[in-house]
Write a protein that binds this ligand. Structure first.
Ligand SMILES: *Cc1c(COP(=O)(O)O)cnc(C)c1O
Length: 446
């Protein structure tokens, strides 16, 4: 019973030097829980004594743990550039700096400087984006899922939208085209078969309730072999002939010609926009390589209607998104592709990656690692089944053990043929030094 009587009062922590400068309310809350736990342990005779200083240290550790950042930087050595689980596209420090001027200050986000009255938040990116895409008008929302929802809700509520059965895709678990359509109020009319849809399938399904022909990019899968789909320009032609809207959910959209022949099965934004679609939408943080956003482009009258939908208020983007997106678009206009990390990583040549791997091997020693040629893919639900060359460092040893050790050091690699690999396609030059130290520590050279 003695020990029970000596349990400190909660306020005692507040005067303890360990807690100087700490948030008193938080300290009290944590202390209360710890002391209560100790009391129960003493009552139930799980322990007989306790040390007050140890208790104080434990409370302080619990307090400090609260302030550990939950989001931590990782070294992505998987080789997958648009890694959905690791934050998709990266923002360059230069662009972040350029945008920070706006983010950290008051701005004309919704203020018209010429008139001295309320302005429009969407004006800011629209000038540059229209220039880049060469379209009538644009609108930016929270993400591409929002864009799809907003478009369907605005133009197709209680009416019919025709989509090919080969394009009723699911993206990352919770986003399924049929479900999104249902939620938006649009009625889905499926046509064709999983592997084949013809223009006549669309034509035969058109009736007086039809408002839109929609094409959805397959994004994360591809059908090989006996398959056929309708090119967007033909779909658009059919829509025009029947006075219907055409809409292409691109998923991802890209601007410059892609290396490694990756563009031969995927049209660039400018190629798609050549046929003047009524509306398209794509993600800001897939191949476009900017912030999370949904970019909608198309006819002025349609964009104006989207802006009138009350839903837009719920899907609207913040100044952080708008200013970073504006900087990315300006980088595109200036062809500063090195400021779009997604593209920068994709465009690195195999020779360049080899040289960096060689530098690693020289530092670490050939006894511990070897350079291997391999293949990787883009990820993020883009360029499905398209592999391109890469260079990786095979760290010798048991792959599963190494994978765990590196993961603990916040380095995510990949296992291929039972070998643990660090893929240079996604290793940023800025983390090279840190990575070398981590490798040396894990293999026991340091
Ligand atoms: C990725 C994707 C979406 C969802 O885009 P988010 O920006 O992740 O919301 C919608 N449609 C298609 C075809 C996609 O590939």
């Amino acid at each position: 019973m003695n020990a029970l009587r000596t349990l400190p009062k909660v306020d005692k922590c507040l005067t303890h030097p360990l807690f100087e400068g700490c948030n008193a309310t938080l300290v009290m809350k944590i202390a209360r829980a710890h002391i209560e736990e100790l009391r129960q342990a003493l009552i139930h005779k799980e322990i007989e004594t306790f040390d007050e200083e140890t208790l104080m240290r434990e409370i302080k550790e619990a307090y400090d743990a609260l302030f550990e950042p939950s989001l931590k930087p990782l070294i992505n050595a998987t080789g997958v550039i648009l890694h959905t689980n690791m934050g998709r596209s990266l923002i360059s420090k230069t662009l972040l700096e350029r945008a920070s001027n706006v983010i950290c200050n008051y701005s004309n986000l919704e203020y018209n400087l010429e008139l001295g009255s309320r302005g429009e938040r969407y004006e800011h990116v629209s000038t540059h984006l229209k220039e880049l895409l060469n379209v009538e008008d644009v609108l930016v929302v929270n993400n591409n899922a929002s864009a799809v929802f907003l478009i369907l809700n605005t133009f197709a509520k209680d009416q019919e939208v025709i989509v090919s059965r080969g394009e009723l895709v699911e993206i990352g678990g919770s986003f399924r085209i049929p479900e999104v359509m249902k939620q938006s109020g649009a009625k889905l009319v499926e046509v064709g078969a999983t592997n084949k849809t013809k223009i006549t399938d669309y034509a035969n399904a058109i009736n007086e309730n039809t408002v839109m022909l929609m094409k959805v990019h397959q994004s994360n899968f591809s059908i090989e072999g006996f398959s056929e789909d309708v090119a967007y320009e033909n779909l658009k032609l059919l829509a025009d002939q029947n006075n219907l809207l055409d809409y292409y959910d691109l998923g991802s959209g890209y601007v410059p010609k892609l290396p490694y022949n990756l563009g031969n099965r995927e049209h660039s934004l400018s190629e798609i926009l050549e046929c003047s679609p009524s509306l398209i939408s794509f993600s800001g943080d897939k191949l476009f390589g900017s912030v999370q956003a949904g970019i909608i482009a198309g006819r002025t009258d349609l964009i104006a209607k989207l802006k009138k939908n009350q839903l837009l208020r719920m899907l609207r983007v913040d100044k952080i998104t708008l200013s970073l997106l504006e900087e990315s678009i300006k980088a595109y206009l200036k062809e500063e592709y090195e400021q779009i990390p997604t593209l920068w990583l994709l465009f690195r040549s195999v020779e360049e990656l080899s040289q960096r791997a060689l530098m690693f091997q020289e530092k670490i020693g050939a006894d511990y690692c070897e350079i291997i040629q391999s293949e990787t893919y883009m990820g993020g639900g883009t360029l499905p089944n398209r592999r391109f060359p890469t260079i990786a460092l095979h760290i010798k040893g048991k792959a599963t053990t190494l994978e765990k050790k590196f993961r603990k050091a916040h380095v995510i690699g990949r296992i291929e043929n039972e070998q643990f690999l660090l893929d240079f396609r996604t290793i940023l030059p800025s983390v090279e030094e840190k990575l070398i130290t981590i490798i040396e520590t894990i293999i026991g050279k340091k």
